[in-house]
Design a protein around this ligand. Structure first.
Ligand SMILES: Cc1cc2nc3c(=O)[nH]c(=O)nc-3n(C[C@H](O)[C@H](O)[C@H](O)COP(=O)(O)O)c2cc1C
Length: 208
């Protein structure tokens, strides 16, 4: 069975529409895939500190006990990501970008020599061969021309995923949660329909 890693990053526990959408994805894929859920809303990764940073640039066989302890979370998150065939990220917009929990996650998994390296042509991502789906939520609608320049969520996610080697990415937006119940419900329903369609395609591909 293929592995699906679902990363939920909304800290709005119990009220999050984004969490409903990542849960729908999990439900669609539960029969045909091994699913791992990484909930950054309830369990945000720690911020990098000096010990972790020094561990990043020290060969593993020379790590002190403190560096080993500081890198345990990073190693665990990277192993989970390396094992995933399909990655699903739920990203809520906070202050025009991603949540601090999701940023802390990328800080833990972007590791030189492990998930990316620099070659003669610049950065090369090492987590290749994965397919990703990114569900985004926001209060406003950033597909509108005058809003696009304030969206640092989608461009950042596209960039950081490519940076670690994940180039095959589909974005599933559910925007406008603050634009009235009708707009919010309509956009949520469009995202739900897309998730169901992707779920059946992925399951059919496995069965074929
Ligand atoms: C701290 C915070 C900052 C936010 N910043 C923005 C923002 O910059 N732009 C925007 O459109 N919505 C913003 N929102 C609204 C959320 O993106 C929106 O409510 C989204 O639906 C959250 O999904 P969730 O409830 O599933 O976490 C913000 C919400 C919070 C709590």
């Amino acid at each position: 069975m293929q592995n699906v890693l679902i990363i939920n990053s909304s800290p709005n526990i119990g009220f999050s529409k984004l969490t409903q959408l990542t849960a729908l994805f999990a439900e669609q894929l539960a029969t045909d895939f091994n699913i791992t859920l990484r909930d950054l809303g309830t369990n945000p990764p720690q911020h990098l500190d000096q010990v972790a940073l020094s561990g990043f640039v020290t060969p593993a066989d020379q790590h002190s006990d403190n560096q080993k302890a500081a890198l345990a979370v990073s190693n665990e998150l990277i192993a989970e990501l390396q094992a995933a065939d399909v990655l699903i990220i739920g990203s809520a917009m906070h202050n025009h970008s991603i949540t601090s929990g999701l940023k802390a996650y990328f800080d833990q998994v972007a590791r030189a020599g492990i998930t990316f390296e620099y070659g003669v042509n610049g950065p090369e991502g090492l987590l290749t061969g994965k397919q990703a789906y990114v569900i985004t939520t926001s209060g406003g609608d950033y597909s509108l021309d005058f809003m696009k320049k304030m969206d640092f969520q989608t461009p950042y996610l596209r960039h950081i995923l490519a940076f670690i080697g994940i180039n095959e990415v589909e974005f599933i937006p559910s925007q406008g949660s603050a634009m009235g119940p009708e707009v919010a419900a309509r956009n949520h329903a469009v995202a739900e329909a897309r998730i169901k369609a992707i779920g059946s395609t992925l399951s059919n591909n496995v069965a074929a």
